[in-house]
Design a protein. Structure first.
Length: 78
């Protein structure tokens, strides 16, 4: 039982920090490359600027958790 709890805790922590890293990366790329501001990107597609930071981190943790625990987001087919 302790191994399962430990695995879930590690997976949630990794998902949280992966989502946080992705959010910071998206911010930095937009600052460095203003051309991307006109093209669709992660923050504009999901309209993350309209949410509170707690909601954004919950969404990003969900996206990272889904990606890490399954085969991905399912956008591509074999």
């Amino acid at each position: 039982m302790m191994r399962a709890i430990r695995l879930i805790t590690i997976l949630l922590c990794v998902s949280y920090f992966t989502g946080l890293f992705w959010y910071i990366y998206c911010d930095l790329v937009l600052v460095w490359d203003p051309v991307l501001e006109q093209n669709p990107h992660f923050k504009s597609v999901y309209n993350l600027s309209s949410f509170k930071i707690e909601e954004v981190m919950t969404l990003l943790t969900y996206f990272a958790f889904t990606t890490l625990s399954t085969v991905g987001l399912g956008d591509f087919t074999p």
